[in-house]
Design a protein around this ligand. Structure first.
Ligand code: LLP
Length: 437
């Protein structure tokens, strides 16, 4: 291929009938590009984890909430979670019905709970105080409770969501208190759920935590177990970010075998006929997404070679926030000019020293105008992007199954930045007609 570092996407035919440089020219950068075929493959791999009746995959929308992707995920038979009124709105645009959405949130206001109730979705509470609050506004209703199994996992302390050092979940030893509150408000426990954290690469911890949740379910009074409709083991399924180093994948087949054995034995032993869910976000969308950007400046500071780009941490927060690694490709269309790889630090256009996309990376010597591809950017990329430094949210493009690109979110304009401002300010700046008469 003619690009200077592109074997990963070449092998995958990631860009379909187009090229990254054509996409960058046509839609501008920074640009999120998603591949429909890869998204569908990941959905299918997850749906095949278990053939147990009632088994399903609850896509965790926080990873990527673009409704065009949600539509595809819905077509593949997954259900979805939501953790805010905004996510509920996106789920609905993606085609998910209220029965296909679980509201798995924390520290909600009563107004938010009412919004979720009005949408007709089942709410999971993650504290006794939230259970009491929900009971106060939905007496006699159904509710799910999130437990903390005491086992955590994750790629960074900031994303471990179970165990002792986290705000999440109800401790299983407070089960009696849960039932006292359920009785007080005449509510039914319709589901139990957990989430141990984000990004594990070995199945064992997840399976151990799943056992803990099933044990808790076994300990429920017989009538409560009978009324239980959902057991959701949470997400966290990791993907290999070191693509060029050949990092091994999570052994999904082993995870599936372990999970299937657990839930089928448990269902046979207890007579449970409800749903079993897993709740991945990253695994569904990370690898179908690449972030394109452009090298805008190169320089040498105190012996470090910097490549300055338009990919600031406002566009992709993960490296700055968690020191996350994302592999980079470079597209120039002139392989001859690539030369020997050189250590470079790739940075963005934000006014902070921590605005580093990739530190000391061995890459072909980058030049102004090169297009860069940040791999595995489909999860927690756009969904965590911000307007910091008053930069505009990027556009998103889908490479459809036939290989053609479709714009699924336009780039923001400076006018979008002023949409929510005081009318007087907008009026003074001439962006809005003044009051008539
Ligand atoms: N369920 C719940 C209740 C969650 O809090 C999360 C993620 C998930 C499911 C999905 O987890 P996943 O399968 O995507 O690992 N921004 C971080 C990840 C934060 C995850 C927050 N919760 C990152 O970029 O790595």
């Amino acid at each position: 291929m003619s690009d200077i570092r592109s074997t990963y996407t070449d092998d995958l035919r990631f860009y379909g009938a187009t090229t990254p440089r054509e996409l960058a020219d046509r839609f501008g950068t920074p640009l999120y590009v998603y591949n429909e075929r890869i998204l569908r493959e990941r959905c299918r791999d997850l749906m095949a984890l278990s053939a147990q009746p009632g088994f399903g995959v609850n896509y965790s929308v926080k990873a990527n909430a673009n409704p065009s992707l949600l539509q595809i995920i819905h077509e593949e038979g997954l259900v979805a979670d939501a953790m805010s009124p905004g996510e509920l709105c996106m789920d609905a645009l993606g085609g998910f019905t209220p029965e296909e959405i679980l509201y798995i949130s924390n520290n909600n206001s009563p107004e938010e709970m009412l919004t979720a109730l009005t949408h007709g979705v089942l709410i999971s509470v993650d504290s006794l105080s939230q259970l009491d609050m929900l009971g106060g506004i939905n007496r006699g209703g159904r509710v799910m409770a999130r437990f903390n199994p005491g086992i955590g996992a994750g790629h960074h302390a900031k994303v471990v969501t179970a165990g002792k050092a986290t705000k999440f979940g109800i401790s299983p030893d407070r089960l009696d208190d849960v039932f006292t509150l359920l009785q007080k408000h005449e509510m039914t426990l319709a589901g139990i759920n957990q989430h141990i954290g984000s990004l594990f690469m070995e199945p064992e911890g997840y399976l151990e935590a799943a056992k803990v949740l099933l044990k808790l379910a076994s300990g429920l009074p017989a009538d409560a177990l009978k009324a239980l409709e959902v057991i959701d083991f949470g997400g966290g399924f990791g993907i290999p970010y070191h693509k060029y180093a050949g990092e091994a994948r999570l052994d999904l087949a082993a995870l599936g075998r372990g999970l299937h054995a657990l839930i089928s034995d448990w269902a046979a032993a207890t007579g449970y006929r409800g749903r079993f869910l897993v709740e991945p976000g990253r695994y569904v969308v990370a690898e179908c997404g690449i972030l394109l950007g452009r090298v805008t400046a190169v320089k040498e500071n105190a012996g470090t070679r910097y490549a300055g780009t338009d990919i600031g941490f406002n566009v992709l927060m993960r490296p700055a926030m968690y020191d996350s690694f994302h592999d980079l490709e470079a597209y120039r269309g002139d392989a001859e000019s690539a030369g020997e790889p050189v250590l470079q630090t790739v940075v963005g256009n934000i006014c902070e020293s921590g605005d580093i996309l990739a530190k000391d990376r061995l890459l072909p010597l980058l030049r102004e105008g090169d297009v860069l591809g940040v791999l595995d950017a489909g999860a927690y990329g756009f969904s965590m992007a911000s307007n910091y430094n008053q930069r505009l949210l990027p556009a998103e493009v889908l490479i459809q199954a036939d290989g053609s690109p479709r714009l699924i979110r336009r780039r923001e304009t400076p006018q979008d930045l002023t949409r929510c401002l005081d009318g007087l300010v907008r009026q003074r700046s001439g962006q809005e007609a003044g009051p008539r008469g």
